[in-house]
Design a protein around this ligand. Structure first.
Ligand code: NAD
Length: 334
């Protein structure tokens, strides 16, 4: 029997201070014959992203004062998907707060492929634009791959161009753009466990090109032992129970249960799901992750909430990539 602080991050890296904040109410929890005190620490992505935004704003101001360069971000949205509109608005607002030159191109849902490609050609050639983001998903009649590969690699702040993916896969992140969501996840993991993840098992649920695969490259670069799981993985709970670091990027509400978690693991919930809940006799839409927060927070060492976890970090990393791009374009070292 063990009684004590339930904090795997602490046991994994007793030499390193923990940066996450604990929820105020401790609890006594019984897991697999062990007694744990205190629920998981909350990894506050919103606060971390706000901290990053301050330094990005300072970098942008310095770039303008010393070199007359204002980082420029262009966001292209095609169609009326409500969730995409919210994401684009948040990105644009953050860009403005950081002092960027921020432009949005909202195209009609029935825009032709030629018109989208023509806009990208224009933005690729515009010296005031350092970062271009095409909000996904695109309407079905558009070729998503052709469009994402038509963004100039040196302005591809989303990190979706094959040139940037290739560099990341080869472990060469210097001078490449790392996709924003995996980059944000990685920063939160490093905050908990440090930059060297030697000896730790990381399990990612989801093998998408925008989250699962690039995150695997980043975790491998940090020396973690990485397993990517997906819809065809057999006995997923057993694989997850081996994870010191578990990342869920699936798109299935509350799929990951408490019994899937190794006590003390770091759990990063990438999923954003809109579910209907009944509140005061009214049906409301609520955001929830892929992780059953209530169950998992009783077993994990630290966990990201949804909302307020990975989402804000994704936007902060987009801003960081845009400033980096503006500096690279002017041959200014970081
Ligand atoms: P995707 O649909 O491209 O990929 C989903 C992955 O989940 C696939 O690899 C699939 O094999 C796997 N999967 C599906 N069902 C499964 C199951 N039952 N068991 C195990 N694996 C299963 O999705 P995506 O674009 O990677 O996004 C995943 C989630 O993350 C979505 O909810 C999305 O909204 C969210 N997301 C959030 C952010 C953010 O900034 N927070 C960014 C990107 C994506």
């Amino acid at each position: 029997m063990f009684t004590g602080m339930h904090n795997r991050g602490y046991y994994l890296r007793p030499d390193r201070p923990l940066l996450f904040s604990r929820p105020p109410v401790p609890a006594v929890i019984h897991v697999q014959g062990l007694i744990f005190v205190a629920p998981a620490a909350l990894i506050d992505g919103k606060a971390r992203a706000a901290q990053l935004s301050v330094s990005i704003t300072e970098s942008a101001a310095e770039l303008f004062e010393t070199h007359g360069i204002r980082p420029g971000l262009a966001v292209v949205i095609v169609g009326d998907d409500p969730a995409s509109k919210v994401y684009v608005r948040n990105k644009q607002q953050t860009a403005e707060t950081c002092g960027f030159h921020s432009v949005q191109h909202a195209l009609a849902a029935d825009s032709s492929q030629e018109s989208v490609l023509a806009l990208l050609t224009e933005l690729n050639a515009d010296p005031a634009i350092h970062g271009i983001l095409v909000q996904l998903p695109l309407p079905d009649h558009l070729d998503e791959q052709l469009i994402t590969q038509s963004v100039a690699p040196e302005k591809d702040v989303d990190g979706f161009h094959f040139q940037n993916i290739g560099k990341l896969t080869a472990g060469q992140t210097e001078g490449a753009f790392v996709p924003c969501t995996p980059a944000g996840c990685m920063l939160m993991i490093e905050d908990q466990l440090g930059k060297d993840l030697s000896g730790l098992n990381a399990v990612i649920i989801g093998r998408s090109n925008i989250v699962g695969k690039p995150l695997a490259s980043l975790l491998l670069k940090a020396n973690a032992t990485v397993t990517i799981t997906h819809s065809r993985t057999s006995d997923l709970p057993a694989v997850c129970r081996n994870a010191d670091i578990l990342v869920a990027a699936v798109g299935r509400p509350n799929m990951v249960k408490g019994e899937w978690i190794k006590p003390g693991a770091i759990v990063i919930d990438v999923g954003i799901n809109r579910i209907q809940v009944s509140e005061g006799g009214k049906i409301k839409t609520k955001l929830t992750g892929d992780v059953d927060f209530e169950e998992v927070s009783k077993v994990a060492g630290a966990i990201t909430p949804v909302p307020g976890g990975v989402g804000p970090m994704t936007i902060a990393m987009l801003m960081a990539n845009t400033v980096a791009s503006a500096k690279r374009a002017a041959n200014i070292s970081d």
